[in-house]
Ligand binder design. Structure first.
Ligand code: CU
Length: 64
């Protein structure tokens, strides 16, 4: 997914923590502006991931 609003390592840590806190997320590889998330689609939804990123203060601009 593409994420806007990230600018430094602090942002990477915040987004990484937020994604990994979602039930069903197995792994989140986060870089500035983007994240690759492996999750169980039965337990977690893209909408939940989007919401977790938003709660952390960033915005998912593209979910793919
Ligand atoms: Cu930052």
């Amino acid at each position: 997914m593409q994420i806007s609003g990230m600018s430094c390592g602090h942002c990477v840590g915040a987004v990484s923590r937020a994604l990994k806190a979602v039930a069903g997320v197995n792994d989140a590889d986060v870089k500035i502006g983007a994240a690759t998330v492996r999750f169980d689609p039965i337990t977690a939804t893209v909408a939940q991931l989007r919401h977790a990123v938003a709660d952390a203060g960033y915005q998912v601009t593209e979910a793919a």
